[in-house]
Design a binder for this molecule. Structure first.
Ligand code: GTP
Ligand code: MG
Length: 364
């Protein structure tokens, strides 16, 4: 009936078309995607499928106002092969840039953190555990990273996961800066790496290509500043801006149940400003921001664009990559969340229906 209305044809025609395809359907029957496509085609229509999530994005996210746009910090992900030195690099950067005010504060792992350089410039680092998280987020349509640093140990070689990381970054359209690390080690040879990259059609700048590279040591800290300069240069080209005045919107980095605190959700704010007291929605869960906590474990009142923050107050743990929206009201947030939850249940039911005993019997 709905399909007939959309195409503006009598419902009986849709039913008889289905019959001609060997399907006996009732007026209220739901058609699967494939059937919909075939039937619509019979009437000269093309079906375009949109995810319910996409449909809502348009409604949920407030558009940026041109006059409110201000520069925002680049969001940078570090990727690379196992043991090539990703964590060491991030640790060094974090330690080297701890300002006096922060000294003594307990740094807690929140999957993302904001680094402020001496001159006040800021970079947000995403500490995603491996490529899986990155891929999962990308598969869910979350474009979180602006720039990717790919770490390659100069005493080793371009490895399978290095190639994977390059492929991910390229598929996401993120600029890459290569860090040839562990140059303090005997046997480090960056030219060997440059050559291996060239063999993959990745030509580095010093060889006339477009990719910036930097030799570094995360152990001694040598050249790490230069690496950050190159990242910031890449960021400048991207001219990253956001509207901090609109309702907050961001992406979930991770979320889990914490014993004393309830659901703790790490979010990277991408637009607008997230504030304590805001009604929020993420995936099939809603809530009200009870507290915001920064990467140093301090309570903050608000978080603007490119700022990672932990939220207390969600009704459940959303999935990494889910979009988080500040909503007009708690009841509106709850309504959308419930609708999504119901949709998930329905889909779950449909999936399980597929494997009834009866089915198995028939297959046997
Ligand atoms: P995974 O998270 O397991 O994929 O590894 P990772 O890429 O985070 O590597 P990690 O930072 O844990 O470093 C692996 C080993 O290399 C550690 O023993 C580090 O101490 C060492 N290492 C990392 N960077 C350097 C460096 O610049 N110089 C030297 N000499 N050793 C380094
Ligand atoms: Mg690591």
């Amino acid at each position: 009936n709905e399909l007939a209305n959309l195409m503006d044809v009598p419902v009986t025609q849709v039913i008889s078309t289905c019959m001609s395809l060997g399907m006996f359907v009732s007026i209220n029957q739901r058609l699967d995607a494939e059937t919909l496509t075939i039937v619509a085609d019979e009437f000269g229509y093309q079906v375009e499928f949109i995810k319910p999530e996409d449909e809502q994005v348009a409604e949920l996210e407030e558009p940026d106002k041109e006059e409110n746009l201000v520069p925002r910090a680049p969001i940078v992900t570090v990727m690379g092969h196992v043991d090539h030195g990703k964590t060491s690099l991030l640790d060094y950067i974090r330690k080297a840039n701890v300002t006096k005010g922060e000294a003594g504060g307990i740094t807690q792992h929140i999957g993302a953190y904001l680094v402020t350089l001496d001159d006040g410039r800021k970079i947000t680092f995403l500490d995603t555990p491996g490529h899986e998280a990155f891929t999962a987020m990308r598969a869910r349509g979350a474009k979180v990273t602006d720039i990717v640093i790919i770490v390659i140990a100069a005493d080793d070689a371009v490895m399978p996961q290095t190639i994977e990381a390059i492929n991910h970054a390229q598929a996401a359209g993120s600029p890459i800066v290569f860090a040839f690390t562990k140059i303090d080690k005997p046997g480090a040879n960056s030219d060997r790496i440059r050559e291996q990259l060239a063999n993959m059609n990745i030509l580095v700048e010093e060889w006339g290509g477009k990719y910036q590279t930097q030799e570094i040591s995360a152990k001694t800290g040598e050249n790490v500043e230069l690496l950050l300069e190159k990242v910031l240069l890449e960021a400048e080209l991207l001219d990253l801006k956001a509207d901090p005045k609109k309702r907050g919107v961001g992406s979930v980095i991770e979320s889990a149940l914490d014993k004393g605190r309830g659901i703790v959700t790490t979010v990277l704010v991408q637009g607008g400003t997230l504030r304590v007291g805001d009604p929020i929605l993420a995936g099939p869960y809603s809530g009200k921001v009870k507290a915001l906590i920064n990467e140093r474990g301090e309570r903050v009142k608000e978080a603007g664009p490119s700022v990672p923050v932990q939220i207390l107050g969600m009704s459940g743990a959303p999935t990494a990559g889910d979009k988080l929206y500040v909503m007009e009201s708690e009841s509106e947030a709850r309504q959308v969340a419930n609708k999504r939850l119901q949709l998930q249940r329905e889909q779950g039911m449909r999936a399980t229906k597929h494997i009834t005993l009866d089915e198995i019997g028939r297959r046997l």
